[in-house]
Design a protein around this ligand. Structure first.
Ligand code: FE2
Ligand code: FE2
Length: 390
């Protein structure tokens, strides 16, 4: 039996890893193809705000799901301390008597192979399958392989591989800057955003696509896009983080299309206590369930959570981001009602005045229709009215 082993930190696993695994799986035709995330890399520090070893293993499951026959192995996670490939190879050979091992590794790893722990053991007991680097000279690699073969009796094959330029370290650096989605398998990126590992912030284009396609009615997309544009404008005007404002606006109506029963199911799922006022004003529930869902699926921070949570009713003493999303929702370009132009320009001049007027308009409208306004809005309007008079 031939076992191919592709080990690494996979912190996180990226498209380059997946392509390498695909080529190795197809070329080597091994009976088993093991992807082996390490517990503790011998030579490098893991990122502090990244996933745990078990979570990296779970990311590998997502990343390599499309590689036929690939098994994600926890062999190194089950050992304490540094993860040495030689220990892994020895363990696999002991567990699979008579098996032949092929180690899949990058060219840069081959170049420092003589620094590896028990490299002679590895060279005597495993075949190496090397993934060449794009910018390197092939002659130099072949010369290196030749020397290893002569000096150590190594068995090395060079895989025909068109590498994808990607590096986990560089991707980790890009994730907090709302970049990196293209370089990661979709499921891996979504999970990183959900958990906000590596300080990741979602790429706004990625978030729009997810939300527009998965969570909005076709007819609501123009409103949400308008709300984002307005929220960004107001954030820039009032010195708030425009990208956070955009994130909140994109997500603010993610549960709006759900039916009342579905809303109630979500309330149960997220342990949201529904009060009398919310039952009387079902319009309000989507803000509460939307905030909870945005946190669960996209890992939003407390500021964005608050902006979604209070976008329908408002509340006393709102944060600036909450005010911005509340107002953007009310005055975005697709809205048309008699006072909208006035409120739009007031929002640029005096955030609190625009907020109060919008709340009072909402209260009037609901009362005119014979409805009972949500107490949160009544309380918020009273709070801002009192503050205005102070
Ligand atoms: Fe809404
Ligand atoms: Fe909305």
């Amino acid at each position: 039996m031939r076992i191919a082993v592709y080990g690494g930190s996979f912190d996180p696993p990226h498209r380059g890893h997946v392509e390498a695994a695909r080529v190795a799986a197809e070329t080597l035709g091994a009976d088993r193809f093991l992807i082996v995330p390490d517990r503790e890399a011998p030579h490098k520090e893991l990122s502090g705000d990244g996933p745990s070893p078990e979570e990296r293993l779970a990311l590998c499951r997502l990343a390599f799901a499309g590689i036929p026959g690939a098994e994600i192995s926890d062999v190194e996670l089950r050992r304490e301390g540094k993860s040495y490939t030689a220990d892994t190879a020895e363990q696999l050979l002991a567990e699979n008597p008579g098996a032949e091992l092929t180690l899949v590794l990058g060219e840069d790893m081959l170049r420092c192979f003589e620094d590896w722990y028990r490299y002679r053991f590895l060279l005597s007991n495993c075949e190496l399958a090397v993934l060449p680097r794009p910018e390197e000279d092939g002659d130099e690699l072949r010369a290196l392989c030749g020397r290893f073969e002569r000096q150590y009796g190594a068995r090395i094959r060079i895989l025909a591989f068109e590498p994808i330029e990607a590096s986990s370290r560089e991707i980790r650096g890009r994730l907090p800057r709302r970049l990196g989605a293209d370089e990661l398998p979709e499921a891996v990126y979504a999970e990183i955003i959900r958990r906000r590992w590596y300080g990741a912030q979602p790429e706004l284009s990625w978030l729009r696509e997810k939300v527009y396609e998965g969570y909005l009615k076709e007819s609501r997309i123009a409103h949400v896009a308008g709300c984002e544009a307005e929220a960004v404008k107001l954030a820039l005007r009032w010195g708030e983080d425009a990208e956070l404002a955009a994130e909140a606006a994109i997500l603010h109506d993610i549960t709006k299309k759900l039916k009342p029963q579905e809303q109630l199911n979500l309330c149960e799922k997220y342990a949201i206590i529904i009060n009398h006022a919310m039952l009387n004003a079902p319009e309000v529930i989507h803000a509460v369930t939307g905030a909870a869902m945005a946190r669960e699926l996209f890992g939003v921070n407390d500021e964005v959570y608050g902006a979604i949570r209070w976008h329908t009713t408002g509340r006393p003493d709102m944060t600036n981001l909450e005010k911005i999303v509340y107002l953007a929702d009310a005055v975005e370009p697709t809205r048309s009602y008699p006072s909208v132009e006035r409120l739009r320009s007031l929002a640029e001049e005096d955030l609190d005045a625009a907020l109060l007027e919008t709340m009072e308009r909402t209260l009037e409208r609901i009362r005119a229709l014979g409805g009972e306004p949500c107490p949160d809005t009544v309380e918020a309007a009273a709070w801002y009215a009192q503050r205005k008079n102070q």
